[in-house]
Design a protein around this ligand. Structure first.
Ligand code: MLT
Length: 246
């Protein structure tokens, strides 16, 4: 089994064409927010590419929560922004959340309809690694990371996030693409001080300037949660263990 890594968002289509098990990563902050919301009991997340599509979905289903960001901040009329710390149990338990973010939710549009799309970040690195490996072995499929990046370009934190998940594949009989192996090397170099490493990246700097330092701290916590979100149709749901029909 091979582990591939697509460095920029548009190349997620290569992973789809190869029919790999795909792990979408947007450490700051979309996939970290999704993992946190589902851990806190959200029923499902509906990732949506545009503000208008998100607003329309909520107009049709007024019981849904509208969440997301543009330029890092909550758009007008939204109930929640894209800060993982906002997705508390009292706000999200039992709720379906329509989410639109600049790059993260767009990444899901690129892989929509693909059978095995998992959601990863530092927060669930070990759990998502285990689920991806099980799916890969069971279905004889390779694994690919699809990095959301920032507005289509490479981002440091997503590369390190992939490396953290690969780190949890240790002792498995896997081979790695050059990009996948490079992410592992980068993570192993950075992990004694993950927060400082992320802060060298442009997006963490932007978030800290906007007052979201605590979000960056939250998103650098390793294995805080065992939640493994899975894209099924239009929705992302939580699944802790692979089931027979996966
Ligand atoms: C995105 O999807 O572009 C990010 O999650 C942006 C953010 O940090 O809010």
């Amino acid at each position: 089994l091979k582990v591939n890594l697509e460095l920029v968002a548009r190349d997620a289509r290569n992973a789809v064409q190869r029919n790999d098990v795909i792990i979408v990563i947007d450490v700051l902050r979309c996939t970290s927010s999704i993992i946190t919301a589902l851990t806190n009991g959200a029923h499902a997340i509906i990732p949506t590419s545009t503000l208008s599509a998100a607003r329309l979905e909520v107009a049709e289903h007024p019981q849904y929560l509208l969440a997301g960001e543009r330029r890092g901040v909550k758009p007008t009329g939204f109930m929640l922004g894209n800060s993982p710390l906002e997705f508390t149990r009292d706000r999200v338990a039992g709720k379906t959340i329509v989410m639109t973010t600049t790059s993260g939710t767009a990444a899901f549009a690129r892989v929509k309809g693909h059978p095995y799309v998992l959601v990863g970040a530092f927060l669930n690195a070990g759990a998502v690694a285990q689920m991806a490996f099980t799916l890969s072995e069971h279905n004889h499929l390779n694994i690919s990371f699809a990095l959301s990046g920032k507005r289509g370009s490479f981002s440091l934190e997503d590369f390190l996030g992939a490396g953290a998940i690969i780190h949890h594949f240790a002792n498995k009989n896997l081979t790695y693409s050059d990009t996948a192996y490079a992410s592992l090397l980068a993570y192993e170099h950075a992990h004694p001080s993950l927060f400082s490493a992320l802060c060298e990246g442009t997006h963490a700097k932007t978030l800290i300037n906007l007052g979201f330092r605590n979000d960056v701290i939250h998103c650098t916590q390793m294995n805080k949660y065992a939640t493994v979100p899975l894209l099924q149709g239009d929705s992302i749901i939580s699944t802790h263990k692979p089931t027979q029909n996966l």
